[in-house]
Design a protein around this ligand. Structure first.
Ligand SMILES: [Zn+2]
Ligand SMILES: [Zn+2]
Length: 149
């Protein structure tokens, strides 16, 4: 099982997606995307805002939040499934799966070919158009296990 993120040029993909949807590539949008992408922790809008603010002190939370929502609508970012509020964003659109720690709420990406190959049940594929498959494993992460005495 590989836990590494496959190499991909994320900035090039961001630009291509923006062009595809006629979204102007402003410095503001670029910084928001960069910060969302830099975090490996499936960040909330608030966590991204805190980072963006360092570079763009005058930006409002609302602007960051709205930009993230429009990114997710255009398929530039993913929203982590089933997490509820606050939303958590995922910049990695390549096939991958999640391990979710029930104690510290960390979400860790992992890559596993056999999970990518899971068949969609026919009753589902007949009814719905499936665009993504994700396996979510839940449990206690390595850090939380180690901090237990
Ligand atoms: Zn944990
Ligand atoms: Zn992920």
């Amino acid at each position: 099982m590989s836990i590494r993120r496959p190499k991909e040029n994320m900035m090039a993909r961001f630009k291509a997606k923006c062009e595809e949807h006629g979204l102007k590539i402003t410095p503001q949008r670029t910084v928001i995307y960069e910060e969302a992408f830099r975090s490996k922790a499936h960040p909330t809008a608030n966590a991204i805002y805190e980072k963006v603010r360092i570079k763009l002190p005058n930006i409002s939370f609302d602007t960051v939040n709205r930009t993230l929502i429009s990114f997710s609508r255009l398929g530039i970012l993913d929203i982590v499934e089933g997490y509820g509020d606050p939303r958590r964003y995922d910049p990695d659109l390549s096939p991958h799966h999640h391990f979710r720690c029930v104690q510290c709420a960390r979400i860790i990406d992992f890559y596993e070919k056999s999970f990518d190959l899971i068949d969609i049940p026919e009753k589902i594929s007949k009814m719905f158009k499936v665009t993504d498959k994700k396996v979510v494993l839940k449990g206690i992460c390595d850090k939380c296990q180690n901090s237990k005495t």
